[in-house]
Design a protein around this ligand. Sequence first.
Ligand code: ADP
Length: 413
Amino acid sequence: MSARAASAPDTDAVVLVVNSGSSSLKYQLIEPAAGRTLAAGLVERIGMEDGHLQHRIPADDASFDEAVVVPDHEAAFRVMLGAFAAHGPSLDEHAPIAVGHRVVQGGARFFEPTLVDRLVKINIDELSALAPLHNPANLAGIEAAEHAFPEVPHVAVFDTAFHQTMPPAAYSYAIDRALAAKHRVRRYGFHGTSHAYVSRAAAEFLGRPVEELRQIVLHLGNGASACAVSGGRSVETSMGMTPLEGLVMGTRSGDIDPAVLFHLHRRAGLSVDELDRLLNSESGILGLGGHRDMRDLTHAADAGDADAVLALEVYTHRIRSYIGAYAAQLGRVDAIVFTAGVGENSAIVREWSLAGLEGFGVLLDADRNRERSQAARRISADDSRVEVLVVPTDEEFEIARQTLAVVAPPPVE
Ligand code: ADP
């Protein structure tokens, strides 16, 4: 049974899931009970001259690509509605009962999926101070979607919400408390929707209640984060006030001595904006190995490129350090779970990340690790004390599920 089907609510309702970025709009029309995506699409290059639409209908294996003009998010929703009208499925026949929106930063205010109203929008706008690249675009998407779908409830699902269970010892930075409080400087964590979905799906795969399990979930995509999940609750995660902290990523440095910034400012004359760009956009495996994409980096390493090999070593060394740290915080590890583009597909990253952990009861099965599959699977050896799993993430489905839970909660038994 797929994790989608296993955790599906008992209704044939359809939900539209929207992920609105500054220049893109991703959408999926999902029927959660059937674990089915009726349509998925992407409107790209919003605000530029040469917009692009891709609209897919998985059941027909059909995909439509078109050049479109999209000056803003309102126009992107018109393009999306046009795609449904032209290519199907019909939004009259499959009318969404709600729209679920991905919102990146929910601060300390939002700890669960939340019905959007005027006050919620004010709060999302106000939290833009903490996520200037994301929240304004998320809000523009919500407002455009409200115009496109005025009759249905809209629900905000926050990337940060799952991590609101972290204790103060895990989320506080050791800086002046008053200054930190005034400017809301603390760790929030991100990828929460993915960590929530994957930790629950891993428990379902193992056939054990999530409440019993202590897991380390490694979400390794372009952005990457680790999460210690105890009894289904996040107790620690590697991203911080922003997604820059923690693991090495495609273009982000992850952890770095903050004094490196003072040094580069004073000695190399880099401005704050230049340092921001350096650490967020020009670092990580791109900075170390010359490739932001793990496939390209791995090919270069295979061809003997020493920089690429070092980048892979730094990337997996950091993951191993976090596994050790989170094992100590959890006190026991039942499962290590890999997910997202790199975690689901890169055997070498999984192998190198777990190398040397045999003494802690982590034994990888080399053949299982190399096997390619889209399904949730075990890659540890039969005699491994810690289960090692690959569980494909499904953030859109999780947003649809959480949205339904808000607008059509299951009856209390
Ligand atoms: P995002 O964070 O943008 O959602 P994804 O989860 O799709 O990203 O992950 C993208 C990353 O996954 C890229 O670095 C890509 O190279 C990597 N990836 C995808 N397929 C493979 C593969 N077969 N082997 C190694 N890495 C892969």
